[in-house]
Design a protein around this ligand. Structure first.
Ligand SMILES: COc1nc(N)nc2c1ncn2[C@H]1C[C@H](O)[C@@H](COP(=O)(O)OP(=O)(O)OP(=O)(O)O)O1
Length: 204
């Protein structure tokens, strides 16, 4: 039987497909680079960063980047969170994402992490501008002052995020592990995608 897991990812067959689309074959993988992406979830809010430069500029995302030689993935995730948001957190693994982008030579293998607490003071850095958003679906707020109540924070700005994020970020927020792959065209749109929930005990 042919596996439903896209090339680049590995998992048992006991996955629950969340979404898939696109018609063409998966883009062949030539080179893979390891990345991290980390989110703080606290009091019905999620901390995102507005990317000020480089890849993904002008989009909101978690905090992360490349895993350096000699580093473990979680060490890299902790370092990137400190470098980009000024804080330290006990990060826990939540999922794996795999992306190709048509004008980028390597594929992105991304370990995604979250934490419900952090230490230090959240600060804007030269790469990221951190901002809290409400995870409540009916959030309407537009103010981001930390003295406001949760419902007064703006909802997650999916329209200013990578197109893959609406498929897996809700799972991360709900504590449901996931895997997924998307192949992006030069226009920033997903050409082919597949996302799934995996059992909590899975070691991806
Ligand atoms: C293509 O789809 C993507 N979707 C999402 N949600 N996140 C993505 C996608 N592609 C990459 N990412 C994530 C992975 C990392 O967390 C960042 C990119 O990291 P960056 O290029 O900034 O890596 P650094 O090591 O910090 O780079 P510098 O050398 O510029 O510091 O986006």
């Amino acid at each position: 039987m042919q596996s439903i897991i896209p090339p680049g990812l590995s998992a048992g067959e006991d996955v629950t497909e969340i979404a898939k689309g696109g018609v063409q074959e998966w883009t062949p993988i030539e080179q893979v680079k390891l990345y991290t992406n980390a989110f703080i979830l606290q009091d019905n809010k999620i901390l995102l960063g507005y990317k000020k430069r480089g890849f993904g500029k002008d989009l909101y995302n978690g905090f992360g980047g490349k895993v350096d030689p000699g580093e473990t993935s979680v060490e890299a995730a902790v370092r990137e969170l400190q470098e980009e948001a000024g804080i330290t957190a006990p990060l826990r693994h939540s999922g794996v994402l795999f992306f190709t982008v048509s004008d980028v030579a390597h594929a992105f293998y991304i370990d995604v992490y979250y934490a419900n607490e952090y230490s230090g003071t959240i600060e804007e850095t030269e790469e990221m501008r951190p901002q809290w958003f409400s995870v409540e679906q009916n959030a309407t707020g537009t103010q981001h002052n930390s003295n406001k109540t949760d419902s007064e924070f703006a909802p997650i700005p999916y329209e200013q995020m990578w197109a893959d994020d609406p498929f897996w970020l809700p799972l991360l927020i709900q504590g449901r592990p996931f895997i997924g792959r998307a192949d992006f065209g030069a226009d920033g749109r997903m050409q082919k995608w597949w996302f799934a929930e995996i059992p909590v005990s899975s070691d991806v």
